[in-house]
Design a binder for this molecule. Structure first.
Ligand SMILES: [Zn+2]
Length: 378
C-alpha cells in the first residue's frame, strides 16, 4: 500500500513534542508525509486509531535472531510478530558467520534487523565464546565492520564466568579497546562473577551499553547498603548507558525498584528475546515496557527508551520518531488499567496496574506500507 491515513490517534513521541495530542498522520511511499490536526480521508485507505496512542515503531536492541546460533529464533518471530519493527541481534554472529547471518536471515526477514557483532569470531555458536584469546580475531573483525557498516551498528561481548572461563577480564578489556578504536558502541552483557562488574564498568566509555544492568545476581549494581556502586555512577557520568535486557535470568524487579528509588533509572529498554524466554517470562517488548511503567516510569519515558533513544544512539536513520520524512513504522497501542501479576526472570512479581498492548503495527519498507494486527505473545 502506498498511501495510508492514520486517523484520530493520540500521538506519543516526547522527542517530537507529542504527549497525547490528537492528530492524523498521512503516510505516502513508506514515509510519514504529513502530521496535522485533521487530514482529509478522501481517496486514501484509513486506519482508525481512535482510543489508541500512536507511537514510533518499537526498536528492541537486544534479541537473538540468528537461528543457527545458540538460542536463536527467526527475526520476524521476535520482531514484527511481537510489535517491534526494528530489532538488533546482540552478538549471535561474529566475523566467521556474520555473512551467513546476513545472507540467510537479515536480508530475508521483513523486520528491520541491525547487528551488534560479537567480538568473538564464532559468535554464540557454542557459548563460552571468549575463553581463549584465539577467538578474538582483530583483523577479521575490523574487515567485517568495514565491509558491512550499513548493518553492523556496534559490538557485543559477554562478561560472565561461563563465557570468559579462565580469561577473566582480558577479553573484555580487548573488546572495549576495539570499540574505542573503531568508534562503535560496545554492548556488554554482565552476569556472574568473574569478571567483577566493578572492573568491567571501569573499562567502558561514552556510548557503551551495559545490558542486564538490573540482574539479581551477586555483585550487581547495588552495594551492601542498597545504594548504587560508585563504579556505575562514574560510568553513567562518562556516558555509559544502562539497558534492561530482561532475558531468562537477567532482570530483577526488586533490583530495578531499588535502583530507581536511588535515581538510577534505565536509559534503554530491551527484551533479550530468545528461544528460552519468548513464551515467558519475556513475551514481547510491550510486556517489558509494562513492567518498567509499573515500577514508576511514565508512558512517555518507556516509549522514548525503545524508539528515539535507541535510534539516535545507534544512528538508525529515519527511525524512532514521529516526524515528516521519517520511515512510517508506527505502533497503535493502548495503556489499559489491569490487575495482573507478572513475573521477572527470577520469579519475583509486580502487580500490573497498567498494561501496554500493541493493537496494530504499521510497517514500511521501501515505498510500501502494510498493517499487522495485534502482536501475539505466542
Ligand atoms: Zn542476550
Amino acid at each position: 500500500m502506498r498511501t495510508l491515513l492514520i486517523q484520530n490517534g493520540q500521538l506519543l513521541s516526547p522527542v517530537n513534542g507529542y504527549r497525547g495530542e490528537k492528530k492524523d498522520i498521512l503516510i505516502r511511499d513508506g514515509k510519514i508525509a504529513e502530521i496535522e490536526d485533521s487530514i482529509s480521508a478522501e481517496g486514501v485507505s484509513v486506519v482508525d486509531a481512535s482510543g489508541c496512542y500512536v507511537t514510533p515503531g518499537f526498536i528492541d536492541i537486544h534479541t537473538h535472531c540468528y537461528p543457527k546460533a545458540f538460542l536463536g529464533l527467526e527475526p520476524d518471530v521476535l520482531g514484527l510478530k511481537r510489535g517491534a519493527t526494528t530489532i538488533l541481534d546482540a552478538g549471535s554472529s561474529g566475523a566467521d558467520n556474520y555473512e551467513d547471518f546476513r545472507r540467510n536471515f537479515i536480508d530475508k526477514s521483513r523486520t528491520k534487523v541491525f547487528t551488534l557483532l560479537n567480538v568473538s569470531k564464532e559468535g554464540l555458536i557454542r557459548g563460552h565464546e571468549l575463553d581463549s584469546m584465539d577467538k578474538l580475531d582483530e583483523a577479521a573483525l575490523k574487515k567485517t565492520l568495514e565491509q558491512y557498516k550499513d548493518n553492523i551498528v556496534g559490538l557485543k561481548a559477554r562478561a560472565s564466568a561461563s563465557v570468559v572461563g579462565q580469561m577473566g577480564l582480558t577479553p573484555i578489556a580487548e573488546a572495549a579497546a576495539l570499540a574505542k578504536e573503531t568508534g562503535k558502541p560496545l554492548m556488554v552483557h554482565v552476569g556472574n562473577y568473574p569478571p567483577a562488574l566493578t572492573e568491567v564498568l571501569k573499562l567502558l566509555g561514552r556510548n557503551d551499553i551495559v545490558t542486564h544492568a538490573y540482574h539479581g545476581k551477586k555483585g550487581g549494581i547495588l552495594n551492601e547498603e542498597g545504594g548504587i556502586i560508585s563504579e556505575a555512577l562514574e560510568a553513567r557520568e562518562r556516558g555509559v548507558l544502562f539497558d534492561i535486557g530482561h532475558g531468562v535470568a537477567s532482570f530483577s524487579l526488586r533490583v530495578f525498584e531499588k535502583a530507581l528509588a536511588k535515581g538510577f533509572d534505565c536509559d534503554l529498554i530491551s527484551t533479550d528475546l530468545h528461544v528460552e524466554n519468548y513464551e515467558g517470562p519475556v513475551y514481547n517488548i510491550a510486556s517489558v515496557m509494562s513492567k518498567i511503567l509499573n515500577c514508576g516510569n511514565t508512558p512517555e519515558q518507556v516509549i522514548h527508551k525503545c524508539t528515539c533513544a535507541p535510534a539516535r544512539h545507534f544512528g538508525l536513520k529515519g527511525l524512532g520518531e514521529l516526524k515528516t520524512g521519517y520511515t512510517a513504522d508506527l505502533n497503535l497501542i493502548t495503556v489499559d488499567p489491569c490487575s495482573e501479576e507478572i513475573a521477572d526472570s527470577i520469579g519475583d512479581t509486580v502487580m500490573l496496574k497498567e498494561k501496554i498492548t500493541v493493537r496494530k503495527t504499521v510497517y514500511s519498507r521501501g515505498e510500501e506500507s502494510e498493517i499487522f494486527g495485534e502482536s501475539s505473545a505466542d
